[in-house]
Design a protein around this ligand. Structure first.
Ligand SMILES: *Cc1c(COP(=O)(O)O)cnc(C)c1O
Length: 235
């Protein structure tokens, strides 16, 4: 085992334990929460090192960086998550190439992903990213437009909506994020009967706020810094 493998395995084990503790503390099964290791800006070598201890789910934000890593790590069986803001003109680089796209925030983007996935003969799993009505929060579709958007996306047969994602704006006070997480769960619970479908996944919670996120029902937590350490400066 290399030093890097050992360090990342230890950090990952601590994060897993904390996530499991938060889950057990509210009567949930820790196995119902998947930790997506957010590897953006960190080198492919860090992903390879963490994969050595069994981690399979990795999250990336930037199309070109993700593509380069997918090529470098093509020998590994990884589950790639696209979690960053995505312009519809870049959908072609993402559709059919990620296990899950967390950040679908417009009908336009959904249509492009559908078109490209369809051309590749794939069905792309997606989450719809919701902006929970906070002024500071810029990304995500407004909750008032959510039903209408999802109702249309359901008709796109190369996409499969498996849940919702949100990212609250408060990075330093986890408890302020709790109402945002609770709201995402409420929205999910309301949408399921309205759309007549299951939305099993809630992607919410990062390094600073994964505890309240798990307590409010997260099934996917996206954790970067606490696993890999601070990110090197971006470009
Ligand atoms: C970077 C990022 C994360 C991880 O953030 P950390 O605070 O490093 O855990 C999670 N989700 C999204 C959408 C991100 O961009």
């Amino acid at each position: 085992m290399t030093d890097l493998e050992k360090e990342l395995a230890e950090r990952m084990a601590r994060v897993k334990e904390e996530v499991a503790e938060a889950a057990r503390g509210c009567g949930r099964n820790p196995e119902d929460v998947t930790i997506v290791a957010v590897s953006k800006i960190h080198p492919a070598a860090s992903i390879r090192a963490l994969h050595a201890s069994g981690q399979l789910d990795f999250g990336e934000n930037y199309v070109q960086e993700a593509q380069a890593k997918q090529e470098t790590l093509a020998d590994l069986e990884l589950r790639w998550h696209f979690i960053g803001g995505l312009q519809s003109n870049k959908a072609k680089f993402v559709a059919g190439k990620f296990a899950l796209v967390h950040s679908v925030d417009s009908l336009k983007l959904a249509k492009m992903l559908h078109k490209k996935a369809s051309e590749r003969g794939k069905v792309q799993d997606i989450l719809v990213q919701v902006n929970i009505a906070e002024e500071e929060q810029k990304s995500g579709i407004h909750e008032n437009n959510l039903f209408e958007m999802m109702d249309e996306v359901i008709g796109l047969d190369a996409l499969r909506i498996v849940g919702l994602m949100t990212m609250p704006p408060f990075f330093d006070e986890p408890e302020r994020a709790r109402p945002v997480f609770a709201r995402l769960r409420e929205l999910r619970d309301k949408l399921e009967p309205k759309l007549n479908m299951k939305l099993p996944h809630l992607s919410m919670g990062m390094t600073g706020d994964f505890v309240p996120a798990v307590e409010e029902g997260a099934t996917l937590v996206r954790i970067g810094t606490k696993i890999f350490g601070p990110r090197p400066y971006k470009k």
